[in-house]
Write a protein that binds this ligand. Structure first.
Ligand code: KIV
Length: 283
């Protein structure tokens, strides 16, 4: 967390990305990303749910542990899923599980949960706040809608952001906001902001790993930039493999294990002996 604060002080942009398993987390970490979030978006992009509400604390812990085994450099943040902080005591107890059982270095909490953020800070658990379009509030918001579009709503967001920082949050995700609102919050806040669909003036940017790589099945949101089409790459590789299997072009002799010469000869000799006995019996 102090490294992120230092980056804001120095005006260095913070790169952040979600990750959910060992292999991709290793790649993300080795690519030099500053912050890796085991986001509850895993409910949708990994587990195939309609929204983020269904994912459980145990599922999030399972994935956070896998990511922990891979990450050496980035700050590892675990998302507290919907229903894991109905009150301050339950929120603190669940956050402790993410640190103790899964090795998270910070937890992310959606919404202006000031009392909880203060309690987590007192319990020595660094917190990343999350304001704006908070997917766990999908039913209250009536869908995934850009937030903060009126002056009143923007002022409320600024006040909430300040209250989260005062309560001890170490960074703040700003999602689905007009860029002007995110820029104003970023300029006033002492802690770094990390934007997703919140314009270029945040202190850092985060995307969902599967969005960045074209591994999702719905049309991407306006703010997503696809850096590669890994979906097409995987589909074509798997089709190629299936064709090779079907036409017996895989595996080749080079891709097969071989018996040592002496063992091969011994096996052939014993097969010949068996064939001779069978032939003799038939005769
Ligand atoms: O769950 C998630 O992936 C997130 C980020 C997109 C900020 O909350």
């Amino acid at each position: 967390m102090p490294a992120l604060a230092e980056m804001k002080r120095q005006g260095k942009a913070i790169s952040a990305l979600t990750a959910y398993d060992y292999a991709t987390s290793r790649l993300v970490d080795e690519a030099g990303i500053d912050l890796i979030l085991v986001g509850d978006s895993l409910a949708m992009v990994v587990l195939g749910h309609e929204n983020t509400l269904a994912v459980t604390v145990d599922e999030m812990l399972h994935h956070t542990r896998a990511v922990r085994r891979a990450v050496r450099r980035a700050l590892l943040v675990a998302d507290m899923p919907f229903g894991s902080y109905p009150g301050t005591a339950e929120g603190v107890a669940n956050a402790i599980r993410f640190v103790k059982e899964a090795g998270a270095e910070a937890v992310k909490i959606e919404g202006p949960r000031i009392e909880l953020v203060r309690a987590l800070t007192e319990a020595e658990i660094p917190v990343v706040g999350h304001l704006g379009l908070t997917p766990q509030s999908i039913h209250r918001m009536g869908g995934y809608r850009v937030q903060g579009r009126t002056a009143d709503a923007a002022l409320q967001l600024k006040a909430d952001a300040q209250a989260l920082a005062d309560a001890g949050a170490g960074a703040l995700v700003l999602e689905g906001l007009p860029r002007e609102v995110a820029a104003a919050i970023t300029a006033e806040l002492p802690i770094p902001t990390i934007g997703i669909g919140a314009g270029p003036q945040c202190d850092g940017q985060i995307l969902v790993f599967h969005d960045l790589l074209g591994l999702t099945f719905a049309p991407p949101a306006k703010f997503v930039r696809r850096y590669a089409d890994a979906g097409a790459l995987i589909r074509s590789a798997v089709e190629h493999y299936r064709e090779d299997v079907e036409r017996r072009a895989f595996p080749s002799d080079e891709e097969s294990y071989h018996l040592p010469e002496a063992a091969r000869r011994a096996l052939e000799a014993s097969q010949t002996a068996i064939e001779n006995v069978v032939a003799l019996r038939k005769a």
